[in-house]
Design a protein around this ligand. Sequence first.
Ligand code: ADP
Ligand code: MG
Length: 330
Amino acid sequence: LEVAERIAAGEVIERPASVVKELLENALDAGAHELRIEIRGGGLRMIRVTDDGYGIPEHELEAVCQRHTTSKIRTFEDLSALHTFGFRGEALASIATIAEITILSRTVEAEQQDDEQAAFWITLRGNEMIQRGRRARLHGTTITVRDLFYNVPARLSFMRGARTENSHILQLVRKYAAGYPATRFTLILDEHLALQTSGSGSVVEALTELYHLSLKELLSPIELSDGAHYRLYGYLGNRILAQHNRQYLTLFVNGRLVNSRGLQEALEQGYRSLLPKGKHPLLVLHIEVPPPELDANIHPAKAEVQLVYEKEITRVLTQAVQSVLEHNPV
Ligand code: ADP
Ligand code: MG
């Protein structure tokens, strides 16, 4: 395997939480209602994500780990009409290059054909197929990643302890669970249940389950759209819920968890009269923009986005947050 390939893969996959993010997004893209994430040794020993999505057909199992394989763009035009998350078809290929990966899957169709043994699995290590087989399972996909970075010593030496990696994973899963309240999330860290949501569909309920607080009176809904360039919706936590860092500031753009300085600052600006400096709000906000107005193509690992109408949107965001908080003082 080319050293350059491993380095490139190590750039897409920065740490175990990056693997978890890619696997979660794929499972959500596949329509999962139930998602189970199991982690061992900070994710370096094992990461396993099990979903009940539509599954991967047997003849595609090998291909999904090849670079640029994606079921999410068929034609060039699709690129600008893209609604799903990743579109590069790079995540699984990168993971397979720097770890051992086992993909077990059964499609909804196979299940309808009533063939008990119609779940297929394949294991690759350093992107070479080492084993395959079939067994029974319900429809959906289980992806198990072992020995992450086994062939990227530079990355491995950069890893912090399992506790640090676990806390990155916990924060990430919490954010997704808050953003997708209709999906039931379970996170198990070294055999301990770290988080579980009911998948009821209610954001307030999901947040209550995630943060172990009764939040009902402490959250204000926000919803706004100009009918063309943006739609915003979510919940804003009041000042009692403020934090010392941004770990409870959860922002999705077109369903994808993002890290955007500009948008974060616009939100915090809306809280300015309420929160002292250095305090950050708890909130869950979805921003939907027409796909051509979003460039998520900056860097696959960075979760950064650039919006065509960012300036207008940040202005609207600040105003909307201010006005919601003014009308719901706590
Ligand atoms: P991308 O998500 O950008 O298409 P990935 O490398 O993440 O690229 O995944 C490659 C392909 O593997 C996806 O396009 C999808 O067809 C398939 N796939 C991956 N994970 C799942 C899953 N959990 N359920 C169904 N299909 C999946
Ligand atoms: Mg993907």
